[in-house]
Design a protein around this ligand. Structure first.
Ligand code: HEM
Length: 143
């Protein structure tokens, strides 16, 4: 029997995912480089912390909380009214990587999440522009 954690959900647990989402939106709220993406959101980020935690719980291999509450895991529709190009995507990812640092995620976990996070953030992108994937052979090779 292999007791090594296999999924980000198993590594972080419910509390860790909640801490990550709290840190993510607190960083978005204060980081000057994320001002553009912050301005797209409502003044109160608390409901977003709950929704992202629900979403990431399922996405990271745990129970499908977002799907159970909202009936879908599609992220295209909730984002379609926002202009999300490479800059917005990269600001979002910057907040997520700073949040992972803040909760002291292990190198192993960060490595496990880096490419999937890029992929989901790039899938939410709905405007064209230069993709950093085009300049990053590691991301292409991982496909
Ligand atoms: C790529 C850049 C992204 C931008 C600029 C962005 C921006 C936004 C904005 C403006 C909202 C609405 C917030 C509000 O109502 O105040 C939203 C909702 C949401 N976003 Fe993102 N987002 C991005 C990527 C992502 C990704 C990659 C995920 C998941 C891993 C995600 C998860 C969510 C969730 C769960 C909601 C709530 C949807 C709902 O239930 O209505 N977002 N996002």
């Amino acid at each position: 029997m292999n007791d090594t954690p296999q999924t980000p959900y198993q590594i972080l647990g419910e509390d860790g995912i909640r801490q990550l989402c709290d840190a993510f939106y607190d960083i978005m709220d204060t980081l000057p480089e994320a001002a553009g993406v912050r301005a797209m959101h409502a003044a109160d980020l608390s409901p977003m912390k709950d929704r992202l935690a629900d979403y990431l719980t399922g996405w990271m291999g745990g129970p499908p909380r977002y799907a159970d509450k909202y009936g879908t895991v599609c992220m295209t529709t909730p984002h379609e009214h926002y202009h999300i190009g490479p800059d917005e995507r990269d600001q979002w990812l910057l907040c997520m990587h700073r949040a992972l640092e803040q909760i002291q995620a292990s190198d192993e976990l960060v490595e496990m999440l880096t490419v999937p996070l890029f992929r989901i953030a790039d899938a939410v992108r709905n405007r064209e522009g230069p993709s950093s994937a085009a300049n990053n052979p590691d991301i292409i090779a991982a496909g």
